[in-house]
Design a protein around this ligand. Structure first.
Ligand SMILES: [Zn+2]
Ligand SMILES: [Zn+2]
Length: 304
């Protein structure tokens, strides 16, 4: 690995991870603990594709199931029921278990080759993975761009997946649960998983191929944000402290829960602007606004 070796110097067949970490720490006092651990991991593994692959898979499982567990727990605590969007529909343990099994199977079959392919593909387009890590402001800006790109991709492809034949062939699986819960975020057909994964990974790849500036750690923070967004939007809970109450254009759970309940409209993932601009908002409030607009148009016609 050219980047790390040139920064840190070579190592003569270290035995254990902790001995590598000690060496790295001694020689690189300017690095923080996370950066030292990161560098030690790559130096200890001595195979960068494998090192990234294992780390990506482990982080994905940790982010996904780690974020789902709190929702799983609160679904059994009656206190939280007042924040549930579709209060009559509490998922059973069996439903959640069946859902988790399919998601896990998808992770280890459909997603595994893609996760493995990511390192060679992204580094070919210029992604870095050395130390030190990029500045927080750089990461924040890039992640904001990725959110906007993914949301756009998601809106159009999700809307297309609701076209009759495509819905029956591909998207119906994801709509198994009309009252979604966290674990259902990635419950989908393999084709849909691949199609929507392009929106998550394709944006950063396009970005790095145009700017030449992207670090793997930024990618991980982006994936963390995207996984949390997907799980939160499927959680079925809208809390007073949910992000959408502070950021009015953030979609949140209310937006996507309505999509699962009504099967139509609210196609975007993170933001509300596409559905607003293209008049595909779902739910009673949106229907009321649409009615009012039509009434106004009718009145205007009569006045002519
Ligand atoms: Zn849908
Ligand atoms: Zn969904």
């Amino acid at each position: 690995m050219a980047t790390l070796n040139s920064t840190l110097g070579g190592f003569a067949h270290p035995d254990t991870f902790s001995s590598v970490f000690e060496e790295v720490s001694k020689a690189n006092v300017q690095l923080n603990v996370a950066e030292r651990l990161w560098a030690s991991w790559y130096l200890w593994m001595q195979n960068d594709t494998l090192a990234t692959g294992i780390m990506s898979l482990a982080l994905h499982e940790l982010f996904y199931f780690g974020r789902c567990i709190p929702y799983l727990i609160i679904s059994y605590i009656p206190y939280f029921n007042k924040y549930k969007l579709q209060q009559q529909k509490i998922p059973t343990l069996k439903e959640q278990w069946d859902c988790a099994s399919l998601v896990l199977l998808t992770h280890f079959t459909v997603e595994l080759p893609q996760i493995w392919l990511f390192h060679p593909l992204a580094t070919y387009f210029g992604m870095q993975y050395g130390v030190p890590f990029p500045k927080l402001s750089t990461m924040a800006l890039q992640i904001a761009v990725f959110f906007i790109m993914e949301d756009t991709w998601h809106y159009w492809f999700h809307r297309a997946l609701h076209y009759g034949p495509l819905y029956k062939m591909i998207h119906k699986v994801h709509h198994t649960y009309s009252a979604p819960f966290g674990l259902a975020a990635e419950y989908a057909s393999p084709i849909e998983v691949m199609l929507l994964a392009v929106g998550t990974v394709g944006g950063p790849i396009l970005w790095v191929s145009l700017t030449g500036d992207l670090h793997l750690v930024t990618m991980y923070v982006w994936i963390l944000g995207r996984v949390f967004q997907a799980i939160d939007s499927h959680s079925g809970y809208d809390f007073p402290w949910s992000l959408r109450h502070f950021l009015p254009f953030w979609a949140g759970a209310a937006h996507h829960d309505t999509h699962h309940e009504r099967f139509i409209g609210n196609y975007a993932s993170s933001f509300r602007w596409w559905d607003y601009l293209l008049d595909t908002e779902s739910g009673p409030e949106a229907a009321k606004r649409r009615r009012e607009r039509r009434l106004k148009a009718l009145k205007a016609k009569k006045a002519e």
